[in-house]
Design a protein around this ligand. Structure first.
Ligand code: NAG
Ligand code: NAG
Ligand code: NAG
Ligand code: NAG
Ligand code: NAG
Ligand code: NAG
Length: 886
């Protein structure tokens, strides 16, 4: 029978292990051939009934290896069920992610672990699991330990967190060194119910209030082999978000969709793993509850979504350490997640201004010309950047002394205009300079900061400067060396922030100058499904890099500038939000990329990295004027907004376009600058409470299923709804408005929506922005820099709800001192209107407008004094404007 232990599969895996990754295909082909030779007379036979009873949507893949044509023989050697799928679109071989229903899948009785002992602990329970028979992956671990913790969390102190850690008691395996808070107390009244199945081992987690089954791991066997760890769960919903970094819609497709996570340098492409790895998902349940799931593991992995709906985690190292967050609303799931991985840093104020960059400024003078031209046209700009052009032979901590002769002067001039300077740095350190001529490398060797190869020699790869060594940022010694380098460079060029790139890390060689060693780390028995057709640009061994370069840059900068550090990173990992923001990589100047940037921005807000945006106007390829205008309008609402361009294409800064386009871009940026108090306050809530900044509509309307898939619109906090134009040649846009009153931000015109799509006017110079009823937003007169505009008086815009109430808030401090909230050097003001005209101002403001005042008031009293006001009305709205002079 199928379940009988077949012959050992060591021959099979032995073949697979041979050679580098690109040989996997070939190895797999050999494998098929070998089996065919050995079993030439295998006859067709009917699968047992247990197999045919499993619905296709519930098949858990028993043969996930890529590029293998899975035959009945191969499958049955694993004691699995083999039934070709019914639809034509499915196929036995799955060269890329979405190829459908597996033909080879686990039978219900596939051997797995059983619980042999179970004890109570301080925080929960601990169990020992034992499996009787080895499976086909080498290094199968037959005894594992499961620790279940019913925790209260660090800051939130609620009862909505449950975590499980599965380890090998006989040896210590790699654990991700991020500091997850140690929690003090066991939860007495959790929001969940845990059911443990002992044989086979399985775990069911239910939401106590609704009975929804959030996790059920009995749906497929648990694997815990040295380089193959896998478990599956049913999902209560098809609405799954998160799981970065991928280029996809915001809502993931659960139809046999494999999302691979392995940080890698590749221009954003569908169905491939990109620069960052974030094993966290958020799920919307029936009825509007939400929960989250986080697997704390940094190895290359696959996450498989299937229509049951169900999900499989498949990783090739480390341990299984996971957390479930019970919400119950989507915003609190994110709060509970960042409570574990770390709260986002409070950005320095100018981080929220307009940033300008390109690859291909030939000289510091030409960089400077653009800055001057921006000033001449009165277009806001806070920060000027340089890409690798500024470096001498692309080497870190140098600048090209001829073409970039005036770089220090440019930086001084920026500072004189309250503007800032940011430049790029890569992790790769040139290793081929004559001894004594390049301190970073010589000193790095001396201090032993570089990553070594298997033989203990400095590993040499290749990046922009040619051959390079890679600093090991997980080592404290490296942080000191990195700081010393930055400090010396800062004495020459007084930069204000850092852009860290290529830190996946990227490598133009396969492995190193001496290739990739033939060991089981480089050639794991199972390779997660990244694209095999591209050059292999990262090493398996270097997973540990993730995140550390960001924290190193953050702490060095903190020491050098003694203000809040500004760091933007390409590669990211959970907890990175504590140190840096992120840009969405090397996107193209295409309308499609304009659209997908919204999903990228929303996903990173879910992942605790709210300071995020795509390259405005697109990076590679020539942009077009109309696209660039629309992108600048959307970009005005990215939490981080930077226009960045590739080399050898036309300039795309706002001054490069026609007066009409230039003016439209300027207006969009002025709008952003006027909303700075709102944005800054949202970042305060991200930093202190783990809130999102740019937010999907469904976060505010979790019961509105029509909002679950929306990724063409989004909100800033709970009050502002942004509806950008994402298509060429149109002067209107269709947008979804959840039930309620919505006010046009510019005119105060009001629409009442029943939860429907509305067509809005959208000429080239307009981005639609609506205020949700019941909100008050603080604004300021914009100016060329945030330094100037943040000195302007406040103007409150209030959008009254149907019963005449509204509220809003403002966080204010000096914008740059470290830890102002933590050390009580800030003001926090709540604006609230219970009934029109009986509110208190707690703040010295200049003016306020109120949308939705139904009748003209006869008198207005401010601090018991009559105050001047104006009132206007038309058929859709009324505006009441109060001018206050203090
Ligand atoms: C549970 O306690 C028993 C008796 O003290 C011990 O033998 C066993 O190893 C414990 N099991 C676990 C999983 O800690
Ligand atoms: C843990 O419980 C004790 C006793 O109830 C309480 O004093 C303490 O504050 C709790 N600690 C946390 C972190 O909740
Ligand atoms: C969990 O999954 C198993 C296997 O599919 C199923 O038999 C069981 O009913 C499920 N449990 C719950 C609570 O849904
Ligand atoms: C940059 O401008 C300065 C001042 O005009 C000039 O002295 C210098 O030669 C210029 N540098 C280059 C590389 O053109
Ligand atoms: C900036 O402020 C100055 C002085 O207050 C003012 O003259 C100028 O018009 C403002 N610039 C913009 C772009 O609003
Ligand atoms: C504008 C655009 O295409 N953005 C995509 C760029 O790439 C990131 C991943 O790095 C995606 O998440 C974005 O959607």
């Amino acid at each position: 029978s199928l379940l009988q232990r077949g012959p050992s599969c060591s021959v099979t895996t032995g073949l697979l292990v041979i050679g580098c990754l690109l040989l996997v295909l070939c190895g797999a082909w050999l494998l098929g051939a070998v089996f065919w030779l050995h079993n030439p007379n295998q006859q067709e036979h009917k699968p047992p009934e247990a197999c045919s009873l499993i619905p296709e949507a519930w098949r858990f893949d028993c043969y996930p290896e890529r590029g293998v044509v899975v035959t009945r023989e191969l499958c049955e050697a694993r004691n699995c069920c083999f039934i070709p799928a019914s639809t034509a679109s499915s196929s036995a071989s799955r060269p890329s992610g979405k190829n459908g229903i597996p033909w080879c899948f686990y039978p219900p009785e596939f051997p797995s672990y059983s619980v042999v002992s179970l004890n109570d602990t301080l925080l929960g329970q601990k169990a020992t699991l034992v499996k009787e028979v080895k499976t086909y992956y080498p290094g199968d671990i037959l005894t594992v330990e499961v620790e279940m913790r019913y925790e209260t969390d660090k800051r939130l102190l609620n009862h909505k967190l449950f975590s499980i850690k599965i380890t090998d008691p006989s040896s210590s395996r790699f654990e991700v060194p991020i500091s997850v808070p140690t929690v003090a107390n066991k939860t007495e009244s959790p929001d969940y119910i845990i059911e443990l199945s002992k044989q086979p081992f399985g775990l069911v987690v239910k939401r106590r209030s609704t009975g929804a089954v959030l996790l059920n791991t009995t749906v497929a066997p648990l694997f815990y082999a040295d380089q193959f760890l896998q478990f599956s769960t049913s999902l209560p919903t098809q609405f799954i978000y998160g799981l970065g970094e991928h280029r996809s819609t915001f809502l993931h497709d659960v139809h046999w969709n494999t999302l691979t996570m392995w940080a890698r340098d590749v221009p954003p492409t569908e169905q491939t793993n990109l620069y960052g790895a974030h094993p966290f998902y958020l799920a919307m349940e029936d009825g509007g509850n939400a929960h989250g799931f986080f697997l704390l593991n940094s190895n290359a992995m696959d996450v498989v979504l299937q229509p049951a709906p169900a999900l499989t985690w498949r990783t090739i190292g480390g341990i299984l350490d996971f957390y479930i967050f019970l919400g119950p609303d989507p915003g609190s799931v994110v709060q509970q997640y960042v409570d574990v991985v770390g709260y986002p840093a409070m950005p320095v104020y100018w981080a929220l201004g307009y940033h300008l960059c390109r690859w291909g400024y030939d000289t510091s003078n030409s960089t400077w010309e653009v800055v001057k031209s921006m000033r001449n046209y009165g277009i806001p700009q806070d920060v000027q950047w340089n890409d690798i052009d500024y470096m001498d032979k692309f080497m870190d901590f140098t600048y090209e002394s001829k073409k970039f002769d005036t770089l220090p002067d440019l930086v001084r001039d920026l500072h004189a205009h309250n503007q800032r300077y940011v430049m790029i740095l890569d992790p790769g350190i040139s290793s081929t300079q004559p001894e004594g001529s390049y301190w970073p490398f010589d000193e790095g060797v001396k201090r032993g900061v570089f990553i070594k190869d298997a033989e203990g020699k400095t590993l040499i790869g290749k990046v922009w400067p040619g051959l390079t060594a890679y600093p090991d940022f997980s080592d404290e010694v490296t942080h000191e060396w990195w700081y010393d380098n930055l400090k010396m460079f800062h004495n020459k060029v007084a930069f204000d922030g850092l852009w860290i790139d290529m830190n996946e890390p990227s490598n133009f060689l396969d492995g190193s100058t001496s290739g990739c060693p033939s060991n089981n780390l480089e050639n794991p028995p199972y390779t997660p499904g990244r694209r095999l057709d591209l050059q292999q640009r990262s090493h398996y061994k270097h997973t540990i890099h993730l995140g550390f370069m960001g924290s190193s840059a953050f702490s060095a900068l903190k020491r050098i500038v003694a203000k809040r550090p500004f760091v933007i990173s390409r590669s990211t990992f959970p907890s990175q939000g504590m140190y840096s923001g992120h840009w969405l990589g090397d996107n193209r100047s295409q309308w499609k990329d304009l659209y997908t940037s919204i999903a990228g921005m929303l996903t990173f807000n879910l992942l605790g990295i709210p300071l995020v945006g795509a390259d405005v106007c697109g990076f590679s390829e020539e942009t077009q004027e109309e696209l660039c205008v629309r992108w600048t309008q959307l970009g005005a609402f990215y939490p981080f907004t930077r226009n960045h361009n590739a080399i050898s294409v036309k300039p795309q800064d706002p001054t490069a376009f026609s007066p009409l386009a230039r003016t439209a871009m300027k207006e969009a940026l002025l709008l952003r600058y006027s909303l700075f108090p709102v944005l800054y306050t949202l970042f305060h809530h991200a930093h202190v409470h783990g809130h999102t900044v740019a937010r999907p509509i469904m976060f505010e309307f979790p019961k509105d299923v029509k909002a679950y898939g929306i990724d063409k619109q989004f909100m800033w906090g709970k009050s502002l709804l942004v509806t950008p134009v994402l298509d060429p040649g149109v002067d209107y846009v269709d947008g979804y408005f959840p039930e309620g009153l919505w006010y046009d931000y510019y005119t105060g015109d009001c629409v009442t929506s029943k939860g429907e799509e509305l067509r809005l006017n959208a000429p080239l110079d307009k981005i639609n922005l609506h205020l949700r009823e019941g909100s008050i937003v603080p604004t300021q007169a914009p100016n060329l820099t945030l330094w100037v505009s943040t000195g302007q008086p406040l103007h409150l815009v209030s959008a009254l709800s149907q019963d005449g109430s509204a509220s809003g808030d403002l966080f204010w401090d000096d914008g740059e001192t470290i830890d102002t909230y933590e050390t009580n050097q800030y003001a926090y003001i709540i604006f609230s209107i219970a009934q029109v005209l009986s509110f208190m101002f707690l703040f010295c403001l200049f003016s306020a407008s109120f949308y939705g005042v139904k009748e003209k008031p006869s008198r207005v009293l401010v601090n018991s004094q009559d105050a001047p006001f104006t009132y206007r009305t038309n058929k859709v709205s009324s505006e009441f404007l109060l001018l206050l002079f203090f």
